[in-house]
Ligand binder design. Structure first.
Ligand SMILES: NC(=O)c1ccc[n+]([C@@H]2O[C@H](COP(=O)([O-])OP(=O)(O)OC[C@H]3O[C@@H](n4cnc5c(N)ncnc54)[C@H](OP(=O)(O)O)[C@@H]3O)[C@@H](O)[C@H]2O)c1
Length: 259
């Protein structure tokens, strides 16, 4: 069935990709910073017939990203599926002259997606098959700071890469999650209670729908009928209205955080 490499494979959406890809019969390589958490997921998924490798790597560090890229480029042990999933929400405002948090986030959510895809794509193209999934967000359609901008990059990049690889047998898909119950919000100090209950998705459903879209060769995967009309509206409303909606969500979050 081949090897799948999942970045951010120790938690949330990435761990769920690992579980479902294992259930489909793939061997796995899990990448994240925390070795103990990687080991826990690996122990859960490793069976006599299934290999699960772990790579502790901080994708904000170019040397670590290069190490993962070298593994992806190793045609002796080809990787057939790459899930570029590692990422997190940002707390720093754009007007803050200290850009350290944005620098790191750019390295993880933009640069690493590019470097890792570029490392694996040539071999996939040569072999005539492969899957790349890049996790974007519905936030890419809003104007909510550096996070929105980076996730918008992920979507545009993914569609461009899909164009370059069209007809090669390699599929490229941008996953556009809405709000998903993971550690994401807690890590970003976003109060879950500020998000309407009906909009929450669970990662098991999100990943199952995404893999179904991947099987169909869809370039953009937006699971749930709850989000598709919302996304359509965001694409068709005047941008000034989208900015107002974005500002209101950001303000309600800052209020919730200061309470
Ligand atoms: N949850 C949502 O509502 C939602 C919505 C839209 C998009 N997304 C996107 O979905 C993806 C997965 O997020 P999640 O919700 O599953 O959050 P999560 O539960 O917090 O998982 C994030 C994963 O990324 C890894 N990671 C973070 N920084 C890293 C770094 N510098 N280097 C390597 N790995 C790193 C984490 O492991 P370590 O901390 O051990 O490194 C963890 O495995 C992200 O790209 C996020 O932007 C999430």
């Amino acid at each position: 069935m081949g090897i799948a490499l999942v970045t951010g494979g120790s938690s949330g959406i990435g761990a769920e990709f690992a579980r479902q890809l294992a259930a489909r019969g793939h061997d796995l390589i899990l990448v994240a910073r925390d070795q103990a958490r990687l080991d826990a997921v690996a122990a859960e998924l490793r069976t006599p017939g299934r290999e699960v490798e772990t790579m502790a790597a901080d994708l904000s560090n170019p040397k670590d990203t290069d190490r993962v890229a070298a593994r992806l480029a190793d045609t002796a042990k080809p990787v057939d599926i790459l899930i570029n999933n590692a990422g997190y929400g940002l707390k720093t405002k754009l007007v803050n002259p200290d850009v350290a948090e944005h620098d790191d986030a750019y390295a993880v959510m933009v640069r690493a997606v590019w470097v890792l895809s570029a490392a694996v794509a040539p071999g996939m193209k040569q072999r005539g098959h492969g899957v790349i999934v890049n996790v974007s967000s519905i936030a890419s359609q809003l104007s909510m700071g550096g996070y929105s901008a980076m996730k918008a990059w992920v979507q545009t990049y993914t569609e461009s890469l899909a164009n370059e690889l069209k007809g090669s047998g390699v599929t490229v898909t941008a996953l556009m999650p809405g709000w998903v119950r993971t550690e994401f919000h807690q890590r970003a100090s976003i109060r879950g209670s500020s998000i309407p209950g009906a909009l929450w998705l669970d990662s098991e459903y999100l990943v199952r729908e995404c893999l179904r879209d991947v099987d169909r060769g869809k370039v953009v995967s937006m699971p749930s009928v709850r989000y598709r009309p919302l996304s359509w509206l965001l694409r068709h409303l005047p941008r000034s209205t989208v900015r107002t909606i974005s500002r209101r969500i950001s303000l309600s979050r800052s209020k919730a955080a200061s309470e």
